[in-house]
Design a protein around this ligand. Sequence first.
Ligand SMILES: Cc1cc2nc3c(=O)[nH]c(=O)nc-3n(C[C@H](O)[C@H](O)[C@H](O)COP(=O)(O)O)c2cc1C
Length: 190
Amino acid sequence: MIRRPQWTARFLRYGARLAAANEALGPRLKQAALWSDMAWLKERWGGPLVVKGIATPADARRAVDSGADALVVSNHGGLALDGAPATLPVLQSIVDAVAGGIEVYLDGGVRQGSDVLRALALGARAVMIGPELLSLAVGGVAGVEHVLEMLRHQVDIALAMVGAQSTRDLDASFVRAPREWAIAASGSYS
Ligand SMILES: Cc1cc2nc3c(=O)[nH]c(=O)nc-3n(C[C@H](O)[C@H](O)[C@H](O)COP(=O)(O)O)c2cc1C
């Protein structure tokens, strides 16, 4: 086999980066919260506890059983684990799993008004947005207000386009779900 020096150098650099990431993340992951920490958290916090990062119906039920007051269907913007499912396809199965017991919010991939409507139609009580609010760094409070106003305007337009007067008129029949969504919701993604 011919060893290519530039590849070897690249692997070594990659290996060094991986080791650095392990060193930085390792201790934090060891201290990561467990389901069994929920009671401890609830007692000390005293306020409503919202659990973020739910991606399966089983974990949604676990969150309810552990005393969550609401949950956020989220893959943390794909920043934590590649291969985590997109959030919209798994939303409805999670809403069904908690059966109205607690509120469900959707996070991830919300970029425009129609994304907000899709999430609400599939049972989310609200959505969360991340990168859009980086406009805070660019335009300060006015930048954030501008982004929120833009989203609100897009929501109004999308509502008119689907012939609904209010988000309360929406249900799952407003969303055309590709077949892949059923696969994602069944948890058989990898
Ligand atoms: C700059 C930045 C920092 C973030 N930091 C955190 C964090 O500390 N904890 C966390 O749970 N999620 C964090 N997130 C993820 C967001 O809270 C949110 O889950 C994600 O941006 C939503 O996905 P999207 O990027 O597709 O909208 C961060 C996102 C961004 C863009």
